[in-house]
Design a protein around this ligand. Structure first.
Ligand SMILES: Cc1ncc(COP(=O)(O)O)c(C=O)c1O
Length: 387
């Protein structure tokens, strides 16, 4: 089944296909549970990616990847960034790494001097542990749950840098805020950071997935950021290939590139050769599929908002500008942990808000990257659980 008006490039998986394909999202739940949790999409992988992987395997391309910066992957990403974001990337300055979180760790460990890390919260939950893993204090930059729009609190950011923070972990488009930051917002971040000689490590895993009319601006595409920022990107979320294990670390400065590229091999040698093949295919042959998946997700987003308004009118959701992960305030229904109730009563697996924002009750993150029918069922099960 495809979205009405779609080109048919993006194909919904049946339950059986999804269970076979998505061993985490669908495989880790009981058979009667509808999964709308981990960030994977219930859509078939794009044909050019499947073809590239099949060809690579047939050639026996299953050894080590080419351990060097740039190469085919650098060319492919630079082409993609130019077409999608108007961002001029030097292909030789694209460094492969196993995944985005590892790229963030690499940047923190190799480039950023010791000192506290500022973490906007709610945050992608596994990354809440990153500061302590990298020997840093974590300073949270929370969004007020009452705020009509999730915004970076630049005054507080300034305050944190003034009292010793060294680096901001900036995720954009933001999971789970659903925000696509504007150029003006990013310039605001740049101004604070440069005033204090700080750093930005930018997780742009969702860069290809702004929705509707929104446009992603890579942080490194903002003037005056090259000397203090490292970007980490991947085709993994937008093309559903996270398991292939290949992300890219991007810099705008020769000196920063040199430091990252000359890190000891034991620090960064785990990306996979099939990840390179899949990413090259996504970046060079995936534009039409990507355009279609963005249209599909934009349609799902609008349907989800309408379903919530009709069935759970007390739910609050800020406009979802990017990603396919909706952050929903369900406090009005009076349950501290709506995700636990959804699982127990509705047999629906969604993500508990407190995992992303420690101490915050009554919120959940809901993955809307599924078929229209399943999305309606998600909301039906949620209503059953909460009302
Ligand atoms: C913002 C963000 N960063 C990183 C990741 C994880 O990516 P990886 O598996 O490449 O580390 C996710 C996964 O959903 C994410 O949402």
């Amino acid at each position: 089944m495809t979205t009405p008006g779609g080109t048919g490039l993006v194909r919904d998986l049946t339950d059986e296909q999804a269970r076979a394909a998505l061993v985490c999202k669908w495989g880790l739940v009981e058979p009667d549970v509808l999964p709308a949790w981990v960030a994977e999409m219930d859509y078939a992988v794009a044909e050019p990616i499947i073809a590239a992987l099949q060809e690579a395997v047939a050639l026996g391309r299953t050894g080590y990847p080419a351990f060097a910066a740039g190469g085919r992957l650098g060319e492919a990403y630079a082409g993609f960034a130019g077409r999608q974001f108007g961002h001029d990337v030097d292909p030789g300055r694209v460094i492969a790494t196993v995944d985005v979180t590892a790229g963030v760790r690499l940047a923190l460990d190799v480039v950023v001097p010791p000192g506290p890390l500022v973490m906007p919260v709610p945050a992608y939950s596994p990354q809440l542990a990153l500061a302590s893993m990298c020997g840093r204090e974590r300073r949270d930059l929370p969004v007020d749950p009452e705020a009509p729009r999730a915004e970076l609190d630049l005054d507080r950011l300034e305050h944190e840098f003034a009292r010793g923070a060294r680096v901001l972990l900036l995720t954009q488009p933001h999971n789970p805020w659903g925000r696509v930051f504007t150029r003006a917002e990013l310039e605001g971040v740049r101004d604070v950071v440069t005033r204090h000689g700080g750093w930005v490590v930018c997780d742009e895993i969702f860069a290809p997935l702004p929705l509707g009319e929104h446009e992603h601006v890579p942080y490194l595409a903002v003037e005056g950021t090259a000397e203090h920022a490292v970007g980490i990107v991947a085709a993994s979320k937008a093309f559903n290939i996270a398991g292939l294990k290949c992300a890219q670390v991007v810099t705008g400065s020769a000196a920063l590139h040199e430091r990252l590229a000359s890190a000891p091999m034991a620090r960064n040698d785990s990306w996979s050769v099939l990840g390179v093949e899949g990413s090259v295919a996504a970046y060079t042959e995936g534009d039409a599929w990507l355009a279609e998946v963005r249209r599909t997700l934009t349609a799902r987003r609008d349907e989800f908002a309408a379903l919530l308004a009709a069935e759970l009118p007390l739910a609050r959701m800020r406009p979802l500008e990017g990603t396919y992960l909706a952050w929903v305030d369900l406090r009005a229904y009076g349950h501290d942990d709506p995700a636990a109730r959804a699982l127990e009563i509705g047999r629906l697996q969604i993500s508990a808000g407190h995992d992303f924002h420690p101490g915050l009750t009554g919120h959940a993150r809901i993955n809307i990257a599924t078929s229209a029918d399943r999305l309606a069922e998600v909301v039906r099960r949620l209503r059953l659980s909460l009302t």
